[in-house]
Structure formats: C-alpha cells, structure tokens
Design a protein around this ligand. Sequence first.
Ligand SMILES: Nc1nc2c(ncn2[C@@H]2O[C@H](COP(=O)(O)OP(=O)(O)OP(=O)(O)O)[C@@H](O)[C@H]2O)c(=O)[nH]1
Length: 890
Amino acid sequence: MRVWELAKKIGVSSSDVITILKSHDKEKKNVSTLSEEEIKIVENTVNKPKKVEKTEEKVVEKLVLEKEEKKEEVIGEKIIFNHNKNHNKFNKNSKFRNDRFERNDREFRGERTDRPDRTDRNDRIDRPERNNQNFGERKSFEKRNNQNFGERKPFNRDGKEFTDRDGNERRNNFRNDRNNFENKGNFNKDNRNKTDRPNREFNNVERKPFNKERRNDDNKKISKPFVKEEKEAVIEIPTMENGVKGKNSKVKSKFDKKKYENEKKTKEEERKLKELRDDFRKEDKKKKVKKKEKVIKSEVIRDEEGGVGLVVLPQEISIKELAEKLGINSSDIIKKFFMQGKMYTANAILTIEEAEEIALEYNVIVEKEEIVEVSYGEKYHLEIEDKEEEKEHRAPVITIMGHVDHGKTSLLDALRHTNVIEGEAGGITQRIGAYQVVWNGQKITFIDTPGHEAFTEMRVRGANITDISILIVAADDGVKPQTIEAISHAKEANVPIIVAINKIDKPGANVMKVKQELLEHGLISPEWGGNTEMVEISAKQKLNLDSLLETILLTAEIMELKANHKKRAKAVVVESRLDVQMGPVADVLIQEGELKIGDIFVSGTSHGRVRSMLDDRGNKITKAGVSQPVEITGFNEIPEAGDLLYCVNNDKQAKKIVEDFKNEKKDEINKKKHISLESLSKELEDQQLKELKCIIRADSKGSAEALKESINKLSNDKININIIQSSAGAVTEGDVMLAAASNAIIIAFSVRPTNTARSEAEKTGVEIRNYNVIYHVTEDLEKAMKGMLDPEYKEIYNGRLEVKEVFKISNVGNIAGALVIEGKITRQSKVRLLRDGIIIHEGEITSLKRYKDDVKEASVGQDCGIGIKDFNDIKSGDIIEAFVVEQVKQ
Ligand SMILES: Nc1nc2c(ncn2[C@@H]2O[C@H](COP(=O)(O)OP(=O)(O)OP(=O)(O)O)[C@@H](O)[C@H]2O)c(=O)[nH]1
C-alpha cells in the first residue's frame, strides 16, 4: 500500500502519514510503498487521538466554563473541537482534508498543485502525535488544560464575547476577512460539513468567522497579514488530529491584543518621536537662522565696531535680499518705504539707488557689483585650458576685406587654385565657406566670406576666428570708404593687416598713391618705416600670389599660432544653410582638438551629432583637425554663422546646455544694454568705462573731418574718446555691426541710417545720435562726460515714405505724392527729407491727404500727398522719414 492510499483509507492526509512515519524515523514519500509495520504505526497513531479527542473535548468543555467566568474571548479553539457537522457551516476539517486529498491525488497524477510549503506545515501536520506525546515537549496538554490555557488565552466558549476590549474591531476584522476570503473563492462551502467527527456541539452561528479564519491555514493565496497570523498560530496553538487547527482563532485573539497594545505603544512612541523631532527642527531652524545671520552680517565689511560698513550689491535687489545682506529684518525696510509713501513687499525689487539709501541709514556704503560677462564656453565649462606643452603649431586663418570691386573674390579664387594638384581637372569641386591651401608644405586657411560685415558679424557673436586680415586695395582706385571701414574693423578686432595692392597689371595702377592714402589711415609700409606688410599683386593674372602667401606665413610665424590638437573639438560655424536632403548643414572651422564622425556637440541654440563630414574639396572624411574647414551635418536646427561649436560628452548634456542657453539668451536680449550717451555718465561713475568709442557718419568728408577734430579735443584724463571710424555717407549696417561689436555710439551728422542699418540698430541696441550742428555734438558729449546729460526729448520713429511724384500746386507749393514703405505717417509727425541717406530738410508737414481727403494718418502700402512746411525742393525718389518728438519724463 502506498502512502497516499493509506492516507485516503484512514481519512488523513498523505503529509500526515509522512509526518507520522518521519517521527518514527521512516522517510517516506507520497508514492512510497509502505510495509505492514509502517501501516500499523500510522493506524495506531491516527486512532489514538480519538481518545484524546474525547479527553480534549472534556478539557475544552472545562476550559469553556472557565472562559465564561473570565469573559475572555478565544476564537479558534472552539472550532478546533467543533465536531458537530450539523451546524458548523464552515467546518473546514473535512474541507481541509478533502482539499488535501484532492491535491494529493492531483499531485500523484503529476498535475501542478498550489500546495503550500510543507516545511511550514509540518508542525501542524504532526498534530495527532502531538496530542499524545509532543505537546508535552512544549507543555503537557493536560497541564495546559488545567493551568496554562487560562494564562495564555482561554476560550471564549459562547463566542459572543467579541465586544470586550478590542472585540468590536476584531469582529469587524473577521467580517472583512470573511469577505476577503469568500471573494477569493478559495473556500468550498459545499464541503464544509463533510466531516465524520462526532460531538461537534461547540459550533454555533457566531463561530462561522473562526472557521473561515481557519480555512486560511490551507489557503496559501491569502494576504500577507493572514500568513503572518498563521505562522504565529503554528507556534502557539495546540491542534487536534488530522490537521484541524483552532489555533488561528486563538492566536487571532492573542495577536489582536498584542497588536492593540503594540499599536498603542507604537503610536505613543511615534507621537513622542514626532514631538521630539519637531522640537529638534525648531531648534535647528533657530540655529540655521542664527547661522545665516552671521553670514549676512559678514557681508557688511566694517573696519571697526560701529564704523562705516561696506556692502557689494547687484544692480537690482529685492528687499528680502537687501535685508539679508545688511543683516536686518525685511519688515524694517518695508516700514521705511511705507513712511515714504511707498508700499513694498519683501519681494519688491529695488533699484541700486533705493538700496543705497536704505544701506546708508544703517551706516553702510554700497559698492556696485561688477558684472563679469561669461562666455558660452566658460559658462558651461566647455572651454578647456591647455598647458603650453600640449599646444602645437596650427595653420593661420585669413580673411580678405576691401572696397567693392577691388578684387576680393578674384583673389580668393586665385588663391584657391594655387595648390590645385596637377591633373585635378576642374579644381575644387565642393565650395564651402572656407578652404585650405598648402604653400611650401604649410597650410593656410582662407575664410571665403569676403567683406568686413561678415567678419564683424562673427566678432559680434564672440568668434574672433581671423588671425590675419588681407586688405585688398585696387591700385587703380585707391583707398575708398569701404577700405577705411575694413581698416577700422580689423584694428578694432586687433587683427594684423597685410595689404594686397591689387590690379597692378592695370594701366592706371598707382601703387605709390595707394600707399600714401593708407598712410593717412595709419597703415605704413615697412619701406617707409612702418610695420604693415604690403604686397603688389594681380589677382586676375595671378601675379605675386606666392609672395603674398609667403608674407602670410611669415606673419603667422611671428604670431606663433598654436593649439591643442588632441582634445575634444571646438569649432566655429562659418556658414550655415538648410539642405533639402541633408537637413541643416554648416561649414565649420576647427579651432581646437579633433572633430570626428559621431561626436556629440552643442552650437549656440542647436545641438547634434556629426553625421557626415566633407572637406573643402568635397571628399568624405571621418575626422578633421585644427584650422581645417569642413562641412558637417547632424544639427537639430540651423546654427548661426559665428556660433561656436563644442563637443560634449553625451546627448543629455548637449540638450541641457542648449535649453539653458536658450533661456539665457532670452534674458540677455532683454537685459543687454548698449552704450549710449545717457548711460555714459553712469558708466563713467561706476568706473566701468574708460573710453568712449564713436563712429562718425557725416554728409561730407569735410564735415566728418571737422567733427572728428572737435570730438578728439574732448578727451581728458578720465575718459578717452576714440573715433574708430569717420566717413561720409548714410549710416550703414556695417557701421551698426562695428558699433555693436565695439560698444560704440554712432554720430550721424546730417545723415540718416539706411533701413537695414536702422533695424539692425534697433536689434542690437546701438545708439545713433542725429545732429546737424557740430557744436551740439561736442556740447552733448561734454555734458555726458560730466554726467550732466539729461535727455529732455526723445525721438520716436514713425515710418518712411518714398516720393513717387511731385505735384506743383499754385499758391500752395510742391506736394509729394508718396508711398508709405514702412510704418506710418500721422498729421502730427515731423519729417526729414533724405536724399541718398543725407538729410536735405527737417521740418513739419502742412498737409496729409489721401486722394482729396485730409487724413489723420497713412499706413504702410498706402499712397498719400504730403506738403512740407516752407520746403519745395522735393524730388522723386526722395525718402521722407516721419517721426515724433516726445518729452522724456524725469
Ligand atoms: N585687371 C585686373 N582686374 C581684376 C583684378 N582682380 C580683379 N579684377 C576685376 O575686378 C572686378 C571685380 O573683381 P571681384 O573679385 O569681383 O571684386 P570684389 O571685391 O570681390 O567685388 P565684390 O564682390 O562686388 O565686393 C572683376 O571684373 C575682376 O575681373 C586684377 O588683378 N587685375
């Protein structure tokens, strides 16, 4: 007979049989065949408890009586001994067993069962034996019945004592448990009464929950708390034969009591701990405040106790911050302002003057914080400083500048072909924004964006990429306005100039004349004792190009141009565009390190990963070194020319930098203030400015010179006035760019800016001051230098109109038939009549009509007729600038 067969026969579980045999040192499995002797052992063991059971029942009855007296509830025990199959709806003995049989059966058939861990159950399984012998090991059952049951947890015999102490709660728990249990559907109610046990009188309706509880013993899918209770039950509760346990209920009662006490204790402890913590926090806070105060006080530097203090403050500060810095209460400051009739909150922002006023009341002098401009690279720790020994020679980077038609493009093209390897028909196929030539084994990089505007635009963006500037002057034309501009730009950028006197092949070429003119602008050739190299060339005929290249290399050698070739790359965007197929494309010039395919980078507001790389000849390459121009793709958006490109560690870092930079940029645009005459006095006061840079534009060369002389005389030991450019003609975009890059103001003498120059000035915040009397210019500058320039009136630009036709009307005069090309003109507008950017007349309008009607204003795109007061010299093509003058509120 096998174990499971015997178990089935005698009505116990196989595990019980195994356990019984185990206690007799016989290791058996469910399918093991049993000997006669083993069967007997099992049968004897199983039969014995019946007697005990009776004894137990008696004991239980006795205990129940005791329990009634003590009114202590015990939940499980009743059910343990509940053998009344008639009323025990939740009798789980049978269910328990049947389940087991069923499981054993399934197990035997090799089916998966949710059999719980047997090791956990062994204690329970050997119950029959325990009833006879093993209880004694722990505590003799008899002894317990007589003495110890009460000590532990006597039964609640009537099952109604759930109302004592935590009884209600417990009952609820049971209800909940029951619900939970039933919901899980683990309990087979149909089997509940399938027990052949006699004398189950203990059952009553109230005990249902207990039975349910007990069912959990077998149910391993029960919630955690249940399992926990079950475990405790295993230790504490005496059990009957065939694995029926009432311990769960008993333990439940014990557990609940303990739980209650524990909970109470824990809550009490928690409360105390919380109180303690709060106290501690309060103290900590106090300490912190004290500590803070100490720090705050230390911000005011005093020579001696009670002496005058000094504090450094930013341009704008909140009351709260000021109070902290002064080591006082913000409410004190608020009160002071309140007394002055100003209602401020602690977060109100004060001007430096207001802060100074407050500080003085506390005997503290304010020093204004110096604003240190941090570059993009420095801000995000992208600039890596190199040790001298890490740096190696690098190729020079050259820009060509000069007056229109003096041969910039011709020279760039000529130079481009100087190193075309023989047989390379067609020369360089890919034209990118820069290229490299090799001369005498040395590389020279040329930036292929001629013109000083491009050069300055890069400078405005903080990219000073040019090492040497080539100033091209046509020998047959001499120094022209743009030549002068180019000189100013190069000088301002502190870039050495090499003059290329071009077109020497032309019959009218006069090199001497050119050199003389250049001398006037501070460029003196070495033969005349100066240090500006001058090479006579012909770009068209490729004459003397080699000597130009040699001069470049020589100058570069003197400059000792070096860079670290081995670190992560830093580059500058020379040109950018959107390619339909490749997306954003940029021509970049490597300035440091090595750029490789796959490198992750940031560049201004864009970022990306180098997807493809082409050299200046259109060859696909995988890496590029210092001074090498390459075309790369992989940007998420088009970068701007002049943006610096830095390789970073990962995509995450790149995104973060760009996000930060975008936000910063927004703020900067709002904050960035360019120098103006009004701000001059303030900046002088703050000692932030030692030099005022001016760009002069006048209606004639003569007036420009006269103005330059008058202004130069104004320089004193406190401030130097530096005229970085002075020429005739309308204010150009280039002037504005130069002013923006150099923090200069533009003095427009009887001239006006071009449309693009005006919008650029608006964008960059460059001040263009309009004058038509030299005396007024010097007067304003003097006042500004003394800090006495109080602007009373401010000009507000309205719009521009182009004169299309002029109508002569008798008794009225000339009327301009004009089209509003920008903004608007109103009846109140003042006007300036401009011809070639030069102010011909400034005055008021007498009439503003559309068709035959008088109108208040005419907007962009509309035609109108304008009569100008006391002025008839209107010509077709003239520009009328409309503006209003407003008084500045003091
Ligand atoms: N004879 C002669 N003509 C030249 C020389 N270099 C340039 N040219 C001519 O001068 C004209 C203008 O030359 P570009 O190279 O276009 O001048 P640029 O300075 O680039 O002109 P922009 O791009 O308009 O500013 C062209 O017709 C050239 O052929 C030269 O060395 N000799």
